[in-house]
Write a protein that binds this ligand. Structure first.
Ligand code: ATP
Ligand code: MG
Length: 440
């Protein structure tokens, strides 16, 4: 029979050339990692700020500030009676206490907590500015309350909102002095406000720098671990290939030699079966070695490997067409999933070649949220009982798909057999740069 194989160029809608790598996506990934570090640090800082120990310390400090003007010398330095201090600081203490309570009860993500966190900030900054203005001097020590508040925002979460609050509070003090006809104090207040804003900007830059360092360190650690894993996989692949693989080849040679020496037909047939089994074992070993060595987890590499395997399995007797319908450009396959897919497709093609007496086997591969593989032959179909009673490859196909969280459906008639397999991809964090790609 004339071999009628469809080569990759004729029947396969190869896709790799159509999908170029996307410049900028790694920069986006870096920014995403940075935002993640900043967000995590902000949450940690927030949790520390709302911890019982810090809460007691903050409330004690506010109480001490309220009581300090009872001392005449402090009162003279602050230029304020204690009643003014108490009336302006008690809303701050109440807002802080309530926000802390909400944080501990409802958690940092609760809308009620977020709302009260904002109320607390507004109360804090407004009171600080009001105390400065009431003291009558823009050189008041109450500016320190602005710096204390900046310290509580150490990781700069909700930066734009907080900067807005800060500007309003500082601007309010300047305007209040100006409206009271205290131009000299208004000018001083502008200077103090500038200082507050500079400290804010420095703290933001510092937080960002620390986050960048942390992100880079984490990235380096991941790279080191990945290299170690890759080198260990390489060692395993070499050992399997050169050790177990060489032994299996020697077994086949030895069985062939025995076949030549034996005249008995039954023994020769038995040796044929033995050689077939060893070949199956060698095939399995080769897929494991490939899986260990595969430098990337890319879809295209898996398809290329499967195409080569299908052509090998089909031999010269059966025509085979492998079609790649494409996958998202950033999709990666885990070693486990890749291995299961290879074994499933391999077994279905092997069955078609061995049992179906078919002319053509069509393999179609596609992936988006799940991997879909269809293997269809135009052969004589699976005998009814064989399908129900299989304890070999067919049963394994179903079991493998089930273990991956997917399913395999097998349809068969006297016009052929179609096996459809769906393997869901493990959920990953969404990458905004992911775009579906289509084979040309
Ligand atoms: N594509 C097919 N076309 C026709 N018959 C098939 C096809 N696939 C399987 N069969 C039938 O179903 C039976 C069971 O297949 P299964 O893959 O489970 O076992 P096997 O191929 O006989 O052995 P093993 O896979 O364990 O080496 C086969 O013996 C064969 O009769
Ligand atoms: Mg089989």
């Amino acid at each position: 029979m004339e071999p009628r194989r469809l080569g990759p160029s004729s029947s396969v809608r190869g896709a790799s050339s159509a999908f170029s790598s996307r410049p900028g996506s790694s920069a986006r990934g870096q920014d995403g990692a940075l935002a993640e570090v900043l967000e995590t640090r902000a949450l940690e800082a927030d949790a520390a700020y709302r911890s019982p120990k810090v809460a007691v310390a903050v409330l004690a400090a506010l109480a001490a500030l309220c009581l300090a003007p009872l001392s005449p010398s402090v009162r003279a330095a602050l230029h304020l009676p204690w009643r003014d201090v108490v009336s302006l600081l008690s809303p701050v203490a109440a807002a802080y206490g309530f926000a802390t309570l909400l944080h501990r009860r409802l958690g940092a993500a609760a809308p009620a907590y977020r709302a009260f966190d904002l109320v607390e900030s507004m109360a804090w900054l407004a009171s600080a500015s009001a105390l400065v203005v009431r003291s009558g001097s823009a050189e008041s020590v109450f500016w320190l309350l602005h710096f204390a508040w900046i310290a509580t925002r150490v990781w700069g979460r909700a930066r734009a909102r907080d900067l807005g609050l800060l500007c309003c509070a500082c601007g309010g003090a300047v305007v209040a002095f100006a409206l009271r006809g205290r131009g000299d104090q208004a000018v001083l207040a502008i200077g103090a406000s500038g200082l507050v804003l500079v400290v804010w900007a420095m703290q933001q830059a510092w937080a960002r720098r620390l986050a960048e360092v942390e992100r880079d360190r984490a990235g380096t650690q991941v790279l080191v671990v990945e290299r170690k894993v890759q080198s260990e996989r390489g060692r395993l692949a070499r050992d399997l290939h050169d050790g177990v693989g060489a032994e299996l080849s020697a077994l086949v040679w030895r069985a062939r030699a025995l076949q030549d020496e034996v005249a008995d037909e039954t023994t020769r047939a038995e040796l044929d079966r033995f050689i077939d089994r060893v070949r199956l074992g060698t095939d399995e070993l080769r897929s494991i070695v490939w899986s260990l060595r595969a430098p990337t987890e890319a879809w295209d590499d898996t398809v290329a490997y499967l195409r080569a395997r299908c052509l090998e399995l089909a031999g010269d007797e059966v025509e085979i067409a492998v079609e790649d319908r494409g996958a998202p450009s950033t999709m990666k396959l885990s070693g486990e999933l890749r291995m299961q897919l290879v074994r499933i497709v391999q077994e279905a093609v092997r069955n078609a070649v061995r049992h179906a007496r078919c002319d053509l086997v069509r393999v179609t591969l596609a992936a988006d949220r799940e991997i879909r593989a269809t293997i269809a032959d135009d052969g004589r179909g699976i005998p009814e009982l064989a399908l129900a009673e299989s304890q070999g490859g067919l049963a394994n196909i179903r079991e493998r798909a089930r273990r991956c969280g997917g399913e395999a459906s097998i349809r068969s008639s006297d016009e052929g057999t179609t096996i459809e397999v769906r393997l869901p991809l493990p959920k990953r964090r969404p990458d905004r740069s992911t775009e579906p790609r289509k084979a040309s």
